[in-house]
Design a protein. Structure first.
Length: 201
């Protein structure tokens, strides 16, 4: 079977992509399967730039088609912060959430969106990138134990649960990651035959 590498060490992302790829004739690996991967600095100024940097580095290192996910939370009242710095906003998930709620204390505008950029790299080149989003609000306090990152404080529009409370399958249908992945999969299906024998190992 052909395989593709997702250029991440975030096990939650790997899990979500594994479910999104279910039914496709491809095996998913991640950088967790390549412990020697030296890592790469996310020096881009946008989600797409950082996704491209990560996809390219993984494709070159692993010598197979790769895609990367750069994602984060943009909060309206914070002029889009933490944005591409969502992972670097504080050291741990609970600290990131505490800092965000502190920054939004007394703020009535709780509007926010999750953004996910996916870049695909093949044969040592980035061929395309895609962006998906999901809009919603930041809750006053964390709710739910599921998911990762900012999930317990993000409530998507038209739902009364946070991503932390929601059935993970539902999150994985309506999320920024699902939206970007759908665009990427359409592109692969329509424009390329990357999942064919050429890339078998
Ligand atoms: P890789 O770079 O190895 O993929 P990372 O976790 O550092 O792992 P990013 O640089 O893309 O990934 O940072 C994304 C951060 O944005 C992530 O650590 C979370 O804090 C947040 N985030 C992204 N998607 C999320 C989601 O679905 N739910 C909750 N938080 C999310």
């Amino acid at each position: 079977m052909a395989y593709i590498v997702v250029a991440t060490r975030n096990a939650h992302k790997v899990d979500e992509y594994r479910k999104l790829l279910a039914g496709q004739n491809v095996e998913l690996k991640s950088l967790l399967d390549y412990p020697g991967f030296p890592g790469v600095e996310e020096t881009g100024k946008s989600f797409r730039e950082n996704a491209s940097i990560k996809a390219l580095a993984a494709c070159r290192y692993c010598d197979v088609p790769a895609f990367a996910d750069d994602s984060g939370l943009e909060v309206e009242a914070l002029d889009g912060r933490p944005g591409i710095y969502s992972a670097r906003y504080a050291a741990t998930d609970p600290e990131r959430i505490a800092k965000l709620l502190e920054e939004l204390k007394g703020e009535s505008n709780r509007r926010a969106r999750f953004v996910c950029a996916i870049a695909i790299a093949i044969n040592g080149e980035v061929i395309e990138s895609f962006e998906g989003e999901v809009r919603g609000v930041i809750t006053e306090a964390p709710r739910g134990e599921g998911g990762f990152g900012y999930d317990p404080v993000f409530q998507p529009d038209n739902y009364d649960q946070t991503f932390g409370e929601m059935d993970p399958e539902l999150k994985n249908r309506i999320s920024h990651r699902a939206a970007a992945f759908k665009l990427a999969l359409n592109f692969v299906e329509e424009e390329m035959s990357v999942l064919n024998d050429d890339f078998d190992i």
